[in-house]
Design a binder for this molecule. Structure first.
Ligand code: ADP
Ligand code: MG
Length: 570
């Protein structure tokens, strides 16, 4: 360990040298009340910025242990400090020369609160992992500017963001309690017989299609539960709140176009994650294992038994062991459902806007025109009940276009001017007095799920092969690709970055030609929860990179979308 004075001397010694001389800064430096770790130094001003960490002993940082005892609380504290660090750093950030010179950044957090590698809080220390663009003019080191950043700005940021006495204690306490309440409510749903909860007063619509911030202004209609579904829940900190409890079963969300159906479903989709105060969806809480299902034509599918939904494809194509590099709308949607069941999803979320019409419904007239023998698809309407009875899997569906669904629904919720109303009785009455004339199409029971064993050969990597994520939607695994733009519950680029390394980790440790995909995913997630997300990084004991924890469904989704994936059915 060197001293801050030594760092100062080193910086002075490289003034006006070429950029490569920055490398001598790598190392650990003891400051007054924290340690600075310069783990990686960028090779030029345009390269990805240098990776550093600061560690404050918890004795000095002074965060009370009770604030980070439970997992949701710790994640909330880490999330809060990441945001504080980011906001404070932003104030010190300025253009200090060429390329990324002068940048001081930490991983960006969105509306969801996710476990991240950017911040660690435990009994021993508080550690922030961040990036710095070491300054230069052209490729010439500007030592003065480097000294400002490393010896003044960073200590300033640490002082303002990483000590309990410098953050707003009430704000932090609120965050922690909110996260604990959200998690508690999510854990209560099952015993209450509910699959989702939408609190009265929630604000569901977002600012725009490209923003997750809440819509504001006089036009916003706050959520108000229909009396039939209003339940009270008692939360550990907030106490009693009320809202709409969606019971297990088959729930239909109907209503005219533009009346808020998809907005409600999207909020429920995101309810698998905790949200920050002010989001509007703080108490829109869904079973943690709910999975959004959509059509995804073009995706690759490996060895999935979709025969419960698709049979008799042209030219006798196998659907018991269905593989394709280019699925259709309906086959992709069928595969998405079976893959979710394979990992154990107790709730599926479907929206007509993103479903294949022929997968959702075949009406009486079409049944008459096209014989069942010529139609490979058993539509979802004829399987929703099987999913509930055989797999204990509930469904929430947005369907504005087909009243045939009234027959199979347990609950029908009508959205009208953004307000929900219970219309179950009326829908049942209509379906009784106006028979649809359609016949149920069930070639057989929807059988058990055939589990699949991913084969190691599909994950083999040469040493020069790159494993990395590009943005939120793409992963490159050597020469193979994974496209994730339609995996809608993936909400943060950090999750995608983590997925790339998680797959590599899984391939090295668990994908052995014997373990099923489900076992692989469970084992990996258990490691991540026990040992922390750092374990996926190649840089042990250093800045690991910016990663956020995905759910097991997104881990499975990424593996399932690996182009060229080979599996064997168990
Ligand atoms: P649908 O799926 O029924 O066609 P959407 O959910 O897409 O309708 O909503 C249509 C529009 O209404 C969107 O622009 C959405 O942001 C807005 N919106 C949805 N819910 C509300 C609300 N509670 N208050 C104000 N605007 C809303
Ligand atoms: Mg819609």
């Amino acid at each position: 360990m060197q001293s801050a004075i030594e760092l100062q001397k080193k910086i002075a010694g490289i003034d006006r040298k070429t950029y490569g001389a920055y490398k001598i800064l790598m190392g650990d430096y003891q400051f007054n009340n924290f340690t600075l770790f310069i783990d990686h130094v960028q090779s030029d001003p345009f390269a990805p910025p240098s990776r550093m960490r600061v560690r404050v002993p918890q004795q000095l940082a002074g965060f009370p242990g009770r604030l980070y005892q439970t997992r949701p609380a710790r994640v909330a504290v880490e999330d809060f400090l990441t945001r504080c660090f980011g906001a404070v750093a932003c104030g010190y950030c300025g253009k200090k020369g060429t390329g990324k010179s002068g940048l001081i950044t930490i991983d960006r957090c969105g509306q969801e609160i996710l476990e991240r590698t950017a911040m660690v809080v435990n009994d021993e220390f508080v550690e922030a992992r961040f990036s710095v663009g070491l300054p230069a003019r052209g490729r010439t080191i500007t030592a003065g500017a480097a000294g400002d950043i490393l010896l003044e700005y960073i200590p300033g940021i640490v002082r303002q963001a990483l000590f309990y006495k410098s953050v707003d204690p009430n704000k932090l306490k609120t965050r922690v309690e909110l996260a604990e309440d959200q998690t508690a409510l999510r854990n209560m749903l099952h015993t209450m017989g509910l699959v989702a909860f939408v609190a009265d007063g929630s604000v569901l619509p977002r600012e725009s299609g490209g923003s997750e911030l809440p819509l504001q202004g006089p036009g916003v209609v706050g959520f108000k539960s229909p009396p039939e579904y209003r339940v009270k829940v008692n939360l550990p900190h907030r106490g009693e709140i009320t809202g709409m409890g969606i019971p297990r079963g088959i729930t239909l969300i109907v209503g005219g176009g533009y009346h808020g159906k998809s907005t409600l479903l999207r909020a429920i989709e995101r309810g698998v994650y905790n949200h920050v105060p002010g989001d509007g969806r703080e108490f829109v809480i869904t079973l943690p294992d709910a999975v959004k299902i959509r059509a995804e034509d073009g995706r690759s599918v490996a060895g999935v038994d979709i025969s419960g939904f698709i049979n008799n494809l042209p030219f006798g194509r196998d659907t018991v062991n269905f593989s394709t590099s280019n699925a259709s709308g309906s086959t992709s949607q069928a595969a998405n459902i079976i893959e979710a069941l394979e990992i154990g999803a107790p709730l599926l979320l479907l929206d007509e806007d993103t479903s294949a019409t022929n997968f959702m419904i075949r009406d009486a007239r079409m049944q008459r025109l096209v014989a069942k023998e010529k139609e490979p698809i058993t539509p979802f309407i004829d399987r929703a009940r099987d999913l509930l009875d055989n797999f204990n899997t509930s469904t929430i569906l947005v369907v504005g276009g087909s009243g045939d669904y009234f027959e199979v629904a347990d609950q029908v919720i009508l959205m009208e001017n953004y307000s929900p109303r219970d219309v179950t009785a009326r829908a049942k009455q209509i379906s009784a007095s106006n028979p649809s004339g359609r016949v149920k199409e069930v070639p057989g029971r929807l059988g058990g799920i055939r589990e699949r064993i991913p084969l190691p050969e599909s994950f083999r990597l040469e040493s020069r092969d790159k494993v990395k994520a590009r943005g939120m939607d793409d992963i490159q695994l050597g020469r193979r690709n994974i496209e994730l733009q339609f995996v809608e519950q993936l909400v943060d680029p950090g999750q995608t970055a983590a997925l790339a390394l998680i797959i590599k980790y899984a391939a090295q440790k668990y994908i052995n030609g014997k373990a099923t995909l489900n076992q692989v995913v469970q084992a990996v997630l258990q490691d991540l929860e026990k040992e922390g997300l750092d374990i996926i990084s190649a840089y042990k004991g250093r800045h690991p990179g910016d990663y956020a924890l995905p759910r097991k469904y997104e881990i499975a989704a990424a593996i399932n979308r690996l182009r060229g994936l080979k599996v064997q059915q168990a």
